[in-house]
Structure formats: C-alpha cells, structure tokens
Design a protein around this ligand. Structure first.
Ligand SMILES: NC(=O)c1ccc[n+]([C@@H]2O[C@H](COP(=O)([O-])OP(=O)(O)OC[C@H]3O[C@@H](n4cnc5c(N)ncnc54)[C@H](O)[C@@H]3O)[C@@H](O)[C@H]2O)c1
Ligand SMILES: [Zn+2]
Length: 367
C-alpha cells in the first residue's frame, strides 16, 4: 500500500516472512550505514523477534542499539520517552539516525514520538507485530499518554516505510487478534460496504490467521485509512471519520483503567453505541445497529458495557475527549453500512441513554 502524502509519502510492505528483507529495504530507502539505528521494542516482542531484526540489519552493515520497554499501555509515557532518549544519546544516535519501532501500537506510538522529537526529528521505521497496528502504521500519529488523558502529548511524524511481516502475527493471543480485527472491520464500516461483507464471509479464516485472508484484510484496512489520511493529513475534517466508535471507546478505556479492556474491545462497544445513537436520532435504520452488533459478536468481541463501569464516570470521561468541542457532543455516526458522517449538536442526554442501553445488553426497543 502506498500512503500518498506528497513528499512525505511512504510504502507499507505487507506479506509473509518480510522481516528477513529488512536490511535490503533499509538500504533501498537510503538509510545511512554511518549512523547508528535504535530498535525500540517491548519484552514480549523482543524475546520473539529482536535478534532476527538485529541480525538482518547487521548483515547489511548497520550498527544497532536496542531499547526494550515493559509490555503494555503504561510504557507509553513521558518517563519511558526520557529513557529512550538516554539510550539514543548513549548509542550516539545523530540526526541521520533512524529509530525502528518493532511491536504493536504501543511501541509504534512511543518510538514514533521519540523519533519525532529526538534532535527535532529523525527517521522512523515501523515494523508492526499486531493486527491493531495496521491502523497505527498509517497516518503518522505518534504520542505518549498523560496520566489524565490518552495520546495528548504527540506529533505527526510519518515513517520512511512500514514493514508488515504477517508471520509475526502467529504468536499473538486470540484476544489480541480479535482486538485488531475490530479496527479492521471499523475501516469497512467507515468506507467500504463490500469489505464488510468480505469480513463477514471470512470470519473463520481471519480468526485462524489464514495468511491470504490476513494479507487481504490488512491491505484493505490500510488502504482505506491511507485514502482518508491522504485527503486530510492533519485531521481538519474527513480524518475524523476514523474515530468511529472511539468517543465511547476511549471513555470506556479510561474508566476501565488502561489495559483492562483492549483498545479493540472498547471500540467494538463504541461502534455498537454509534450505530444505536444513529438509529435513535433517526439517521440510520435499525438494521445498521442490529447488523453491526451481530457482526461484532460473531468475531467474539464485546457489544455491551460491563455493569461495573458507572454511567457518570463514562459521561465525564467523554466530556474530556479532545475531539469534543464547544459544548455540544460530536459523534461519527453511520448512515448505512460502509458510510459515516460527522454528527454535531447531539444532546448529552441522548448519549447518556445510549450508554445506559449499552449496559443493559438487551435492546429490543431500539427507538
Ligand atoms: N497512532 C495511531 O494512529 C494509532 C491507531 C490505533 C491505535 N494506536 C495505539 O496503539 C496502541 C494499542 O496497540 P496494540 O493493540 O498493538 O497494543 P500493544 O502494542 O500493547 O500490543 C499488545 C500486546 O501484544 C504483545 N505483542 C505484540 N506483538 C506480538 C506478537 N507478534 N506476538 C506476541 N505478542 C505480541 C505486546 O507485547 C502486548 O502485550 C494504543 O496505545 C493505541 O492508542 C495508535
Ligand atoms: Zn483505534
């Protein structure tokens, strides 16, 4: 997939066993062999793929330093960023150096933000190892979290290229696979009804990581996101579509405490919420909600809010959302399957009703 952003355009290579081609690709993209490269990864991914990543680069004459963080969202913080800068300075990274993110979205966002800020910005390469990271590998959003809010310290920094070795996905837990698929289906719900149908017809293949099905799904997900990002790199309009399911989803993640719900689980519930809201506002037919909920369920993803998350806390978290501007609630809502729009001026009370309905998990009376 080519992400078309003028002089910041870059390719995403997708396929099996691509990791062994990393050295070659680094040369092809003119990465200097004179300047050290820093690979950032987490303990889980590091124990599986770090030595292979390192050796394929060393074969091509690169000097490698490594920085391994703890696994999980809590590493996406300013403290860890400082540690990466320490590693970069100790390894003598200079302005022609590159930081490589080897891992999921956490490592991608953290290492990407380090690359965006180290010496006012050095080159960055992504090697995503989760399905969810198909999303973070397109668009150049990089960030760390603040204790009060997710992703609020960040930048736009496009990678030089992305190497997506689908073989690495085989070691993911089924929960992480499902979570990543949620974001892939989201791209279908936003822009491509036929891709949604394709997902519906290939649930088993996707859940069992069939190589062809995975490549196709990652390609489709990245392409839809790349198309949107190329129209609106800095999120002034269209790019907001990508937040389908994220207003409620982010609120759930923060109420649950980072890490309790996976991101994909949270936005699965959020996509159900958006469809339900759309139905209640008379924008989309009830079918959109029942279809969305049914498909998400068939992927083994959650569609209801656990009772223990207080509605007040969820509403408070939503009102802190950085996309929430000027006293009105704004949501990305489906018009139909494969089509969404930005819906402004939604009464807070209506959203509250939807949150309560999502908790009941019993919604035969949609309107
Ligand atoms: N920048 C963006 O545009 C963007 C988009 C979507 C999500 N994100 C961010 O991505 C993050 C979530 O990403 P994630 O779901 O990939 O989480 P993650 O990076 O925490 O990975 C999930 C878990 O899987 C493990 N893991 C990763 N790859 C593995 C592999 N191949 N085999 C075995 N285990 C593996 C990790 O160690 C971790 O425990 C969030 O912080 C979110 O904000 C960013
Ligand atoms: Zn997301």
């Amino acid at each position: 997939v080519k992400v078309d952003l003028g002089e910041r355009s870059y390719p995403i290579y997708i396929g099996e066993d691509l990791l062994s081609l990393l050295g070659e690709k680094a040369r092809f993209h003119n990465l200097s062999t004179q300047s050290p490269i820093l690979i950032v990864t987490d303990v889980n991914v590091g124990s599986l793929y770090l030595s292979k990543t390192q050796s394929t680069l060393q074969k091509y004459g690169y000097t490698i330093a490594t920085h391994v963080v703890s696994a999980g969202e809590s590493s996406k913080c300013l403290g860890e960023l400082g540690s990466i800068v320490t590693s970069a300075l100790e390894a003598k990274l200079d302005r022609d150096s590159t930081i490589i993110a080897l891992g999921g979205g956490v490592v991608g966002d953290l290492a990407g933000f380090a690359a965006a800020t180290y010496m006012r910005g050095i080159r960055f390469i992504q090697i995503p190892t989760t399905l969810l990271a198909h999303d973070s590998s397109v668009g150049g959003k990089v960030a760390v979290n603040h204790p009060l809010a997710k992703n609020v310290i960040g930048a736009f920094h496009q990678p030089a290229f992305v190497l997506y070795d689908t073989t690495t996905l085989k070691t993911l837990s089924i929960r992480e696979v499902r979570s990543g698929l949620a974001e892939i289906i989201k791209h279908g719900f936003i822009h491509d009804e036929s891709f949604v149908s394709w997902c519906e017809n290939n649930i088993d293949k996707l859940l069992t990581l069939d190589a062809d099905a995975l490549s196709y799904a990652i390609h489709a997900g990245c392409s839809i996101k790349a198309w949107i990002v190329s129209q609106d790199e800095k999120e002034s309009g269209l790019r907001a579509f990508l937040n389908l399911g994220h207003t409620i989803g982010h609120a759930l993640e923060s109420v649950a405490g980072y890490g309790e719900l996976t991101h994909g689980e949270a936005i699965s519930i959020g996509m159900c919420g958006a469809a339900l809201l759309s139905s209640r506002l008379g924008v989309a037919s009830d079918h959109v909600f029942t279809y969305t909920e049914g498909l998400i369920k068939r992927f083994g993803l959650p569609t209801v809010i656990p009772e223990r998350y207080a509605t007040d806390a969820i509403m408070d978290a939503m009102l802190h959302d950085k996309k929430f501007r000027g006293g009105q609630m704004v949501f990305i809502l489906p018009n139909s399957i494969g089509k969404v729009h930005i819906h402004k001026g939604i009464p807070v009370e209506e959203v509250r009703v939807v949150v309560d309905l999502l908790k009941e998990g019993e919604r035969s009376h949609v309107r």
